[in-house]
Write a protein that binds this ligand. Structure first.
Ligand code: MNI
Length: 473
């Protein structure tokens, strides 16, 4: 067990170094995202929020252990405007071709909590280790229904480190059957696409739901890397986008790369997916970031700090490059996070936020669950993470947004203002540094709301990109 774990870790370490080296020798990619998810007033939306939540994974009704009051507290403490809400194929389609409308009712009720408070929602079809059917206990994997789980008699041995289940023959076989690498189950991706169509049918007209994260952390089984990403993964995304567009032509479809490797800063070979909707494509890119030293339990200090800084830089350029290859699509960092009791953890969180801001990337921190990774203890006591997540940021920007930069007591936005702006730009300002709101250099204040801490303003017209700076009033 120890030997196997050490071998895996060493192998992964070599991969990471090769990847970081490869990234460093290539020419730099784009400086920031080419586009953003927009609202119905054509404003660029910036996402700050949480993946909510891991507790949904094996809950009988599929709901996170999360209340409306906890959402109220989250908004008051951090001014979030976004959630990546976990859903599961096993809940949507409990038996083949049957879609559980009562499950979708429960999801819709929670989406309503967010909508009432001005949030935008991305539904995330979650899976880890395929599904509950990989072991008799039903508690190791989540996502795919048991009826769609074909282990074909291959074993799944138990491990202490959850990621190692990905290397078990039965788990690899379940994925090989889904991607139809075995040739035995061409029907499974059709079911997956149709399950998404059932979800889209429910949320097509829901203004709060702006995006669908088509598959959490895809894994290719025996097919890995570009062969998997450019092959069956891209094909499944295309099939799913086509199915969604039969009932919903407005919600963004967000694509994830293969998790193995990309999460550590390696490049992606994901292929371009066409959007059959009329008008501009609404495809986005939603990768995750989990630097390898942190997977192995390190914090952000000593040698791991250098490795992690290298990973974040490589991840940034690979993310921008893939988004460009997909058609200059919007980017959301769908997951990153760590145990914030580790040394240097808050510096790492700050590094990822400032890197994302400078690259035009939205964020859903992993996760909203209580405990050492989250914003609250299990008894509800606020944790140290809040001090870093409660930061100034643009929520909705009128015109062409380029990127932004925040310090605890200032926010600088680069934007080419729209000639015929129909709605003002909105920024969130934390209470600590901005007790009375803000002043806007390069813009004109429209309103300040003391309770939501949202400042609305118009950007002064000018030639090309303008810089707007918000400071405490
Ligand atoms: O760390 C991972 C991860 C490690 C290894 C692998 N493979 C070997 C395929 C895949 C993924 N994922 C990070 C986080 N993602 C889930 C939720 O999506 C969280 O529980 C993990 O911390």
């Amino acid at each position: 067990m120890f030997a196997a774990r050490t071998a895996v870790a060493a192998g992964l370490g070599v991969l990471l170094l090769v990847g970081a080296g490869a990234a460093a020798t290539r020419t730099p990619g784009p400086a920031s995202a080419a586009s953003f998810i927009t609202d119905d007033q054509d404003r660029a939306l910036v996402q700050h929020g949480f993946s909510t939540a891991s507790s949904a994974k094996n809950a009988p009704g599929g709901m996170p252990d999360f209340t409306e009051d906890q959402l109220v507290q989250e908004q008051a403490d951090m001014g979030t405007n976004f959630v990546r809400f976990l859903i599961a194929w096993s809940q949507v389609e409990p038996s083949p071709g049957v879609y559980d409308q009562e499950y979708l009712d429960r999801v819709e009720e929670r989406v309503g909590w967010y909508e009432e408070r001005g949030y935008h929602v991305m539904l995330d079809m979650h899976q880890d280790l395929w599904g509950p059917g990989i072991t008799p206990e039903g508690t190791n994997g989540n996502g795919a229904p048991v009826w769609a789980t074909y282990l074909d008699g291959f074993p799944v041995n138990h491990h202490d480190m959850w990621e190692l289940y990905y290397l078990e023959p039965g788990v690899i076989r379940a994925f090989d059957n889904f991607w139809n690498t075995t040739g035995a189950h061409p029907e499974l991706t059709d079911h997956y696409a149709a399950a998404w169509r059932a979800v889209a049918e429910r949320f097509a007209d829901n203004d709060a739901v702006v995006a669908y994260d088509l598959m959490n952390e895809p894994y290719g089984g025996s097919l890995q890397g570009p062969a998997f990403e450019a092959g069956p993964l891209t094909a499944m995304y295309q099939k799913t986008v086509d199915a969604i567009r039969e009932v919903d032509d407005s919600t963004w479809a967000c694509l994830e790369p293969q998790a193995l490797g990309f999460n550590w800063g390696l490049p992606s070979g994901l292929g371009k997916v066409a959007d059959p909707r009329d008008g501009d494509p609404r495809i986005a890119f939603c990768p995750h970031l989990y630097p390898l030293p942190m997977d192995l339990g390190d914090g952000f200090s000593g040698m791991s700090r250098d490795l992690v800084e290298g990973t974040v830089a490589a991840w940034r350029s690979n993310t921008l490059r893939t988004a460009e290859a997909l058609g200059g699509v919007p980017i959301i960092l769908g997951e990153f996070g760590l145990d914030t009791t580790l040394p240097g953890a808050l510096d790492y969180v700050d590094l990822v936020y400032s890197t994302s801001d400078a690259s035009g990337i939205g964020i859903a921190y992993w996760s909203r669950d209580p405990g050492s990774w989250g914003p609250y203890e299990t008894d509800g006591t606020p944790r140290n993470l809040i001090s870093v997540l409660d930061r100034p940021y643009p929520r909705a920007v009128s015109g062409q947004l380029h990127d932004w930069k925040s310090d605890p007591d200032s926010l600088e936005i680069s934007v080419t203002p729209a000639a015929d702006a129909s709605a003002p730009t909105e920024v969130y300002l934390p209470s600590g540094a901005f007790p009375d709101g803000g002043t806007v250099e390069g813009g004109t204040v429209v309103s300040w709301d003391d309770e939501s801490r949202i400042l609305r303003f118009t950007v002064d017209a000018g030639d090309g990109a303008q810089t707007v700076t918000v400071r405490p009033k």
